[in-house]
Ligand binder design. Structure first.
Ligand code: XMP
Ligand code: MG
Length: 174
């Protein structure tokens, strides 16, 4: 049986999102933001974040695949669902659940960067600095966490646990 151990509580997540939203709004001012959620893991974070960013924004989603149902990165990134909105000349803010090696983000920045956005920034709820590859930059990070596999608040293990309101370390017993 897998075991869950709380790493970040619901209250901690919510108050950190208050701070992130404040920092983002301070940086963008009244400019319209095109918020791009990376499916599926970012869906709860995005929902909580955009409600704190005010009215001046649009939302779109992209879906990439890298991990399949397991816990190990294959390094293969595929676009499963592309954006609907043309991002040219827009201020684009990518919303990620978690940055592990940074490979997914690297590919996404490269892909979206070719489409002439006015600006391209990233907000990630979680980052695993010990796992980042060289050159990984994230403009806004909610929490830096140890290099453990976590679930909850959008993050899954084999599609389970996405609906938890908190983040937990998942341990698979031998
Ligand atoms: P990379 O290595 O490309 O990975 O930065 C980013 C994507 O991998 C998934 N990921 C996780 N999913 N718990 C999860 O449920 C984790 O601890 C974890 N670490 C990486 C996630 O989809 C992320 O977008
Ligand atoms: Mg996953």
């Amino acid at each position: 049986m897998p075991t869950l151990e709380t790493l970040i509580t619901e209250a901690e997540i919510q108050s950190r999102i208050d701070q992130l939203a404040e920092a983002i709004r301070a940086d963008y001012g009244e400019s319209e933001i095109l918020v791009v959620g990376v499916l599926k893991g970012s869906f709860l974070f995005l929902a909580d974040l955009v409600r704190r960013l005010g009215q001046n924004l649009h939302v779109d989603f992209v879906q990439v695949s890298s991990y399949g149902d397991g816990v190990v990165s294959t390094g293969n990134i595929q676009i499963r669902k592309d954006l609907d909105i043309n991002i040219a000349h827009r201020d684009v803010l990518i919303v990620e659940d978690i940055v592990d090696t940074g490979l997914t983000l690297h590919h996404l920045r490269e892909l979206l960067g070719t489409r002439q956005p006015k600006s391209l920034k990233v907000v990630a709820l979680l980052g695993k600095p010990d796992a980042y590859m060289e050159g990984t930059t994230i403009e806004y990070v909610g929490f830096e966490i140890p290099n453990r596999f976590v679930v909850g608040y959008g993050l899954d293990y084999a599609e389970r646990y996405r609906n938890l309101s908190y983040i937990a370390v998942l341990t698979l017993d031998e």
